[in-house]
Design a protein around this ligand. Sequence first.
Ligand code: ZN
Length: 322
Amino acid sequence: MDQKWLAGVDIGGTTIKMAFVSLQGDIVDKWEIYTNKSENGKHIPTEIARSIENKLSEQHKTKEILAGLGVGAPGPINDEDGSVAVGVNIGWEKNFPLKAKLEQELSLPVIVDNDANVAAIGEMWKGAGERAKDVLCVTLGTGVGGGVIANGEVLHGVNGAAGEIGHITVVVDDGAPCNCGKKGCLETVASATGVVRFAKEMLKTSEQESKLRSMDIDRLTAKDIFDLAKEMDPLANEIVKRITHYLGLALANASNVINPKKIVIGGGVSKAGNILLNPLKEEFQKFAFPRVSEGAELTIAKLENDAGVIGAAWLAKTEAGY
Ligand code: ZN
């Protein structure tokens, strides 16, 4: 008999990434489909199921080969029934029954978790987490996602909101408004949009010289700022310093709670590499409890876009008892 495969699905606002993954965590095949948000995203479970079936037949396999399906979805997940409490990016109604619908469509065991948690698991299993049991993951993308693995288990909390590192308050007074309704969250300064917003603010309040002043400010990206920092642009360097100050503060405070071995920085902003990581290490050290700091290694994520599908597959594997 063929060795079993796992199916991993990572639902995003624009695309749904899918993969067949071996029990060892290697991708056998991966593909993506467009996220159909029409009619409040109600067609999504059916489209995922049909796409998996089509891929299986392309590979001349039947559903028998799948041990289960793991799914990462945006928003907090209700632990008891795998429904998505709030799926704003997709347009799902409250408590959208994602697990139940997928099980009905596919007749396979399905396990659903939050997308940031799933990415953290992926990095723990096959990426920069290197199978450490205590891992803190932060994804600096359009928003800031967080996932916490403590003693080998993903933390969910009482209603699925554990590990929301992006909403740790870092700007205590007069912070910018955040999507969550609060002010001064890490997300308002360290997400791709937050970096740009913060840079625009600094351009107004600082007198420092910068190539940024001659650029089209409406088209400014986080990458531009890190690229200029690499060229030793004084203002870009100051912006990066301030951003890593806030990020280091949030990661240090979160780390003091779980004492992680690995702190994995992922998402688009993390592509800046060492220009982000080096000052971040300094700031982290400044704020973390010394023994926590000694135990922790800050590192850039390795799996990029595959973290979600690999983490989802790991959930399926665990659920199926492999
Ligand atoms: Zn927030």
